[in-house]
Write a protein that binds this ligand. Structure first.
Ligand code: CP3
Length: 346
């Protein structure tokens, strides 16, 4: 770690080093709850914004200018590698991401390409370099990717799913096709993350957002080997945060898959999650995003409860349990950040 990075409470907490206060950043901190973001979105589509390095870097910095966050996260999406893999992707207003020709058979899986990030996603790497320059060492920049299972679920279902019938169908009924698909996606994730690290991100987060739909046994059998392989092959000169929602049934397995930090949602008590994971890993979380729609008094109460659960041990990064909701008042975000810093000051 560089000297300037040792001054970052976020990076120090990733490595469980003591910090003057608990660092905080928020998943989806640059997004629709900000009027500045909504104004830009009137003029550009989401994908246009992701593919324009100047816009992507501007949006990355919007919440940094407004709030005293301890890290920035690059404005991009877990689904950006799909197009270069050969999968058409659209973002619709109502349904979110849509894949018109989902991948469900072995012959389709065979056509999927591994990506060459420098050629296929140059805009993302350029945005990372621009943001690093603009931040000028003030706070670190986080890169990210979807984890293999979560990406597989979009590729197979064609969008968001309630029951993951098709994803689990492939998993249970055609093991060879499942393994082929997960291998291909894992290679893409490794390349996607390592390219972001080469371009300058100082930490990475692996989002296994939808793995919580699985039984612990299925997580172990069908997902863990791939998550583990990815984590082993990502350049670990930077810390890696391994995040999933509804993960309380397989926290120990997530830990075995790896990562310096385990990210948990609000469905489990943070103190209990940390005790189960073990204090040899850092932990990130875990305010319910809906709390941010309530009142400062309730936000304050919840912040105290979560900080008490962490017990002032080094290695807690405050975050929400999932992304900031579009309905969130921006002044509640400011209040949250201040409250976390104030109550955790040591
Ligand atoms: O955290 C950040 O501020 C960085 C940017 C970021 C986005 N997506 C921007 C985005 C990150 C880290 C993501 C991750 C992501 N994308 C995940 C994993 C985390 C999670 O929230 O579950 C997933 C599953 C996706 C896929 C995705 N992208 C969905 C399901 C949607 C539509 C629904 C939604 O929540 O908006 C998107 C679109 C998207 N990605 C938006 C943003 C700001 C909204 C686009 C818009 O302006 O309409």
């Amino acid at each position: 770690m560089k000297e300037s990075e040792k001054r970052s409470p976020f990076l120090m907490a990733c490595y469980r080093k003591p910090t003057a206060y608990t660092p905080i950043w928020l998943m989806r901190q640059a997004g629709r709850y900000m009027k500045e973001y909504r104004a830009l979105r009137k003029r550009f589509s989401f994908l246009e914004m992701c593919k324009n390095p100047e816009l992507a870097s501007t949006v990355t910095l919007l919440p940094i200018e407004k709030f005293k966050l301890d890290a920035a996260i690059i404005f991009a999406d877990i689904l950006l590698p799909l197009e270069p893999m050969g999968i058409e992707l659209e973002f619709t207003k109502k349904e979110g991401p849509i894949i018109r020709h989902p991948i469900r058979e072995i012959k389709q899986i065979k056509t999927l390409r591994a990506i060459e990030p420098e050629e296929d996603l140059p805009f993302l790497l350029e945005a990372i370099r621009t943001v690093r320059k603009e931040l000028n060492g003030k706070i670190p920049l986080i890169g990210f990717s979807g984890a293999p299972f979560t990406l597989a679920s979009y590729i197979i279902e064609g969008g968001h799913s309630k029951d993951y019938i098709l994803t689990k169908g492939l998993m249970y009924q055609d093991r060879t096709a499942w393994d082929d698909l997960m291998k291909k996606i894992s290679e893409v994730v490794i390349r996607y993350l390592n390219a972001q690290i080469r371009a300058g991100v100082q930490a990475v987060q692996l989002f296994d957002t939808w793995a919580g739909c699985l039984s612990p046994n299925d997580y172990e059998e069908y997902v863990l080997p791939y998550a583990k392989k990815v984590i082993e092959r990502v350049d670990r000169s930077v810390p890696l945060i391994h995040f999933a929602t509804s993960s309380s049934a397989f926290l120990e397995q997530m830990k075995r898959a790896g990562g310096d930090v385990i990210g948990v949602d609000w469905r489990i008590d943070l103190g209990e999650a940390w005790a189960r994971i073990g204090y040899n890993k850092a932990i990130q979380g875990n305010l319910d995003p809906v709390i941010l729609l309530s009142s400062p008094a309730l936000i304050e109460k919840e912040v105290k409860r979560i900080l008490d659960g962490a017990g002032k041990r080094p290695g807690h990064i405050f975050n929400l349990g999932h992304g900031v909701l579009p309905e969130t008042p921006a002044d509640h975000v400011a209040f949250l950040v201040e409250t976390v810093h104030r109550y955790s000051a040591r």
